[in-house]
Design a protein around this ligand. Sequence first.
Ligand SMILES: [Mg+2]
Length: 403
Amino acid sequence: MKISNIRFEQLEGVLETDIDMFRERLIRPIDVYPEHRAEPSERFGPRQDRYGELGDGRYLVRSVMLYVDTDEGITGISGPMSGTEAFFIHTQLRELLLGQDALATELIWDKMYRLLIHGRKGEAMFAVSAIDNALWDIRGKAVNLPLYRLLGGPTQQTFPAYASALGFAISPNEATATAQEFVRDGYVATKWFIRNGPMDGEVGARENVELVRALRDAVGDDVDIMIDAWNSWDVRYALDMANRMAPFRPRWLEEVVKPDDIQGQARVTALSPVPISGGEHEYTRWGARDYFEAGVVDVYQADTAWAGGISEMLKIFALGSAFGVQVIPHGHSVPINAHLTAAQSPATTPLIEYLIQWNEIHQFFWVHPVKPVNGKVTVSDLPGLGLAVDDAKVERREFLYPA
Ligand SMILES: [Mg+2]
């Protein structure tokens, strides 16, 4: 089965929701500069090429989907992705891929990796991931089996999701009301994104701790709370936060220092009374190996759409299992992550991340979006990844790079 074409389709549609989307943003490393600290959530995102506010609870959604066609009539789909990724695939990978055996995923991954010697991390690896994921869709469709079956599952068909609160307001009053809503919806874990770092002084530090205290009061003793610092703290600050938040028993603190500061994060993990997570901005088996060898995290969070795709995630899961580190993928590709979770030991992968707001955008065009019910996700039994575009939601479509 040979790859016969690689196509991209840019879709536009209008999401109507009663969620007050993107009221707040997360802290960013660039916020050490006051002019960037002052930027409102709209400047952060989700990225302006993917989404725009129309008013009255209506949002323009723009998504680029990737299609990999084969000479046997099976097409693999993956996405959504940014226009940058599509451009990268079209200009850097297309020629390599045409005519290749679509089922030879290891061969194709190795060739893409060896061709893109400057692309070991970052957006080039997003492109590799998108191709790899589409090829796994083809594999599943070729044998009429869902991905999790190809991967040796089910180890678990239904598993708890944690409600990631990116975009929700984080004043203690608003946050606690939202968190209680999550609990009423059946979630047993929820992650919150703090806004303050070392440059915000003691007042900011107290605000961070106060958020955790308020959340613990709101959800009771039986619901897990996680806190995400999005690479924006330093070692001393992270340890101070961990010690002050420990009485409220966070399940983990996430990305407490820059992803390149492996030694620093390992120090935090060694000394922190609270578990430390990270890895969504790390890539491939080699990045994961460096993290695991250095004892950087208790929970590793590679992203299936960024770290190298399904083929690479399988290697990362195996490494995590060998090092005794949980691997709970970052929540950028819930439908695929559901298959991966359903094919890993619940000891390694006990949870799936669900970004409440972002998934409204990111899964908008799917016929069968994968959404938690009563706080739990059930993996799809459709062949391949289980992804198909719902034409009823498409108001405008454009083929990019027409031949
Ligand atoms: Mg995160």
